[in-house]
Design a protein around this ligand. Structure first.
Ligand SMILES: Cc1ncc(COP(=O)(O)O)c(C=O)c1O
Length: 399
């Protein structure tokens, strides 16, 4: 008797799919995800629910029976609200026909990759990187290359020229996430300009993931490719509501893509979830129109928490931390560890603190771990104390 249909020459499943591995974040977290004893610093979210005025807008929509299919690229009112938000934020004038509303930024990434995936093509990912980005390429059958940021005393850094030098003849897309999860690196404007010029000239798609655009520590907003690129450029900017408005569970994002592909976006959207949940779209409109106060107070929390993490880690001889300039993660290195998986697992087992193992953020990160500092003060502080105690006891040396 055969064990499964996957055995033998008749296996119908794609080898790329079967080669996929679970990422290190969920692999560590899922078995303990609902355990109230765990301090969860592993996922990219805090413990504060979405602001009430956003929840109320979605509840109102539900109460009014707003439960039907809508435009597959997002409701026109929401696309207009996104346009107004972007125009005011960056001093630009975006055509709302370039805007689509997938059911998450992650889905925006997936669709963007689908738009260039073809046999033999490659994607170049600026790394360290959130693991799902690599997965989105691999699911589409696209091979990936990485170009890693460098950790210097002045911060994480990477020149546009280094990215360009890593491009291969088969590279169809370059993926830049700035501000970066997990390092907090931000691509300077001049490098954005140089990279965009290269992509224009070579016909390579630039996928710019700007979901942390409002989570920055020395400015109001991070430099955006939208300030440099126009509709004719080979560029898709991905953004979303999860981070700036604390809406991770809503599953709603947006993209700005070339207008000539609006129909293709609509078609791909139908192949996935036919656009974001309709009452969620009403919440998103409220977030854009009245959300500046909420963004500012989240920013204040992240600013204070960032200082707590720097204070905790910068005076410990066993840990090296380059302070993040954006996003809400610390990505420290613990030089004495052999395996970031063993480190994160032992930390979880012995202290009930959940962090993410560095290896899952691309090559060269196996002495790192990622800690999300979006939680409120008390669990964060307690998590930091337990990590320091773990290091003081020398437990990391056995991992
Ligand atoms: C860099 C990056 N891009 C995209 C996403 C996905 O955001 P969303 O919740 O909208 O799918 C995340 C979430 O952690 C992220 O860190």
């Amino acid at each position: 008797m055969t064990d499964s249909v996957t055995d033998g020459p008749g296996n119908p499943f794609r080898p790329e799919l079967e080669a996929l591995e679970q990422n290190g974040i969920t692999k560590l977290a899922f078995p303990r995800m609902d355990d109230p004893d765990v301090i969860p610093l592993w996922f990219g979210e805090g413990d504060m629910a979405t602001p009430a005025f956003i929840r109320e807008a979605a509840m109102r929509a539900l109460d009014e029976g707003d439960t039907f299919y809508t435009h597959t690229r997002g409701r026109p009112e929401l696309r207009t609200a996104i346009k107004h938000y972007l125009d005011a934020l960056y001093g630009i004038d975006v055509d709302p026909d370039r805007i689509s509303v997938p059911g998450s930024a992650m889905l925006g990434i997936t669709i963007a990759v689908q738009m260039v995936a073809s046999p033999g093509s490659r994607g170049l990912i600026v790394s360290p990187n959130w693991p799902n980005i690599e997965t989105a390429f691999r699911v589409a059958g696209v091979e990936v290359d990485f170009i890693r940021q460098r950790e210097t005393p002045g911060g994480w850094t990477l020149d546009a020229a280094e990215i360009i030098a890593a491009v291969q003849p088969e590279t169809r897309a370059i993926f830049v996430n700035s501000p970066c999860n997990p390092t907090g690196w931000m691509m300077p404007r001049e490098d954005q300009r140089e990279l965009l010029a290269f992509c224009r000239e070579r016909g390579v798609l630039l996928i710019a993931d700007e979901v942390y655009h409002r989570t920055v520590y020395e400015a109001r907003v991070a430099p955006s490719f939208l300030e440099l690129a126009g509709d004719a450029d080979p560029m898709i900017v991905v953004n979303g509501f999860s981070k700036a408005w604390a809406m991770t569970g809503w599953r709603i994002g947006w993209v700005v893509a070339p207008k000539r592909h609006a129909v293709q976006w609509a078609l791909l959207s139908e192949c996935f979830n036919t656009g974001a949940t309709v009452f969620g779209q009403q919440g998103a409109i409220a977030a854009l129109e009245n959300g500046e106060g909420a963004i500012a107070s989240l920013q204040q929390r992240y600013q204070e928490n960032r200082a707590r993490v720097i204070q905790a880690f910068s005076n410990h001889s066993e840990i090296e931390l380059t302070a993040p300039t954006g996003a809400f993660y610390a990505f420290p290195r613990v030089p004495a560890i052999q395996s970031s998986w063993d480190f994160a697992q032992a930390l979880l087992d012995e202290t009930n603190v959940g962090v993410s193992p560095g290896y899952t953020f691309g090559p060269g990160n196996d002495q790192h771990f990622r800690l999300c500092f979006a939680q409120s003060e008390r669990p964060l502080q307690s998590g930091l104390e337990r990590i320091l105690d773990f290091l003081d006891r020398g437990r990391h040396r056995k991992t």
